[in-house]
Design a protein around this ligand. Structure first.
Ligand code: ZN
Length: 328
């Protein structure tokens, strides 16, 4: 794989995960879970730019920092996806190692049953599904720091989700996906247990773990509610982004042009194992059209959709933000 785009341009590294986007069914159930169970803040209530009758809900730390942004398209009444290859099967969030008792108590109080007996590469992991069956791992780890705690979270800052820990990708074959993940994006292999191969991408406190689970006997996943739609890798600025667009295109991965997503700039391409990748910029971020206090409180539209606000609002179900204050 050719990672040199020539012309003497210094290519800046992928610094970690920018955001992860998944599909959901009921919008209110999604809001209730991510705020009241995971303790994240709804930082943006917008629309799917490719289907404006569907919300795009963004959750994260207080400002929706890159590396914390979990986003959803809630399609309403829709069937659940099924797990299998060619998809991200688990989304992992990092929580402090000292917070196990808090999370056991909190999850039980919220009526969430979880599998709490896994140890992956030396870290304890609790696994449970979100309301649409998307599998969430809480990884108790010293890695990551919570830079912007949300002071209204139901989860006290000392126990809160710090950032994405990483993801698990289910694949039928390892080598073609590694050729892109390592050969183009610059991820590094760390270790493996049986058919689980761990890679790290990014730098310092922003690095993320990518586990490839290789099992050719699995069926191909069917994407619908509860399925991860894509993962966005993170770059620092527009200049770096343009270089990455050329790098991806030059490696024959069929990148889109740069798309203005208003809160960041994006390119998309599908890696050989079938998973949709995006590369997104840190800038301009979620405070480009709302103040820090206002984030997520009302429907915001990219300016080019504003003339259609009434029609869009009428097509979307109302959502209510649950009471979310620190309880302990
Ligand atoms: Zn995205």
């Amino acid at each position: 794989m050719n990672t040199d785009v020539g012309s003497g341009t210094m290519k800046k590294s992928i610094t970690g995960i920018h955001h992860i986007t998944a599909m959901a069914s009921d919008a209110q159930r999604n809001v209730d879970f991510y705020i009241s169970v995971l303790g994240l803040r709804l930082v943006k209530r917008s629309i799917n730019q490719d289907a404006p009758d569907v919300y795009h809900l963004y959750y994260g730390d207080e400002i929706g920092s890159p590396g914390t942004a979990m986003t959803f398209f809630p399609f309403g009444k829709t069937a659940r996806g099924t797990r299998g290859n060619r998809e991200i099967s688990h989304v992992a969030f990092a929580v402090p190692t000292s917070s196990q008792y808090f999370w056991i108590t909190h999850l039980l109080k919220q009526g969430i049953s979880f599998d709490g007996h896994q140890d992956l590469f030396g870290e304890t992991v609790f696994t449970f599904p979100d309301p649409d069956g998307m599998l969430i791992d809480l990884v108790f780890t010293e890695k990551h720091i919570l830079r912007f705690p949300w002071h209204n979270s139901i989860v006290p800052a000392e126990h809160a989700i710090k950032a994405f820990h990483g993801v698990t990708m289910n694949l039928a074959a390892k080598d073609p996906s590694v050729a892109v993940l390592q050969g183009v994006l610059g991820a590094r292999p760390i270790e493996h247990v049986k058919n689980r191969y761990r890679y790290v991408i990014g730098t310092g406190m922003d690095e993320a773990m990518i586990d490839l689970v290789i099992d050719p006997s699995l069926p191909v996943a069917r994407q619908s509610a509860g399925s991860v739609h894509h993962i966005a890798w993170r770059v620092s600025d527009d200049a770096a982004h343009e270089v990455w667009q050329k790098t991806v295109a030059k490696n024959g991965l069929g990148s889109t042009d740069i798309i203005d997503r208003f809160y960041f700039h994006s390119i998309y391409f599908r890696e050989p194992g079938g998973i949709l990748y995006e590369i997104a910029t840190d800038n301009p971020g979620f405070t480009v059209d709302e103040t820090l206090d206002e984030l997520g409180a009302k429907l915001v539209l990219p300016p080019w959709y504003e003339p259609h606000r009434k029609t869009i609002e009428n097509a979307l179900p109302p959502i209510h933000i649950p009471n979310s204050t620190v309880t302990s």
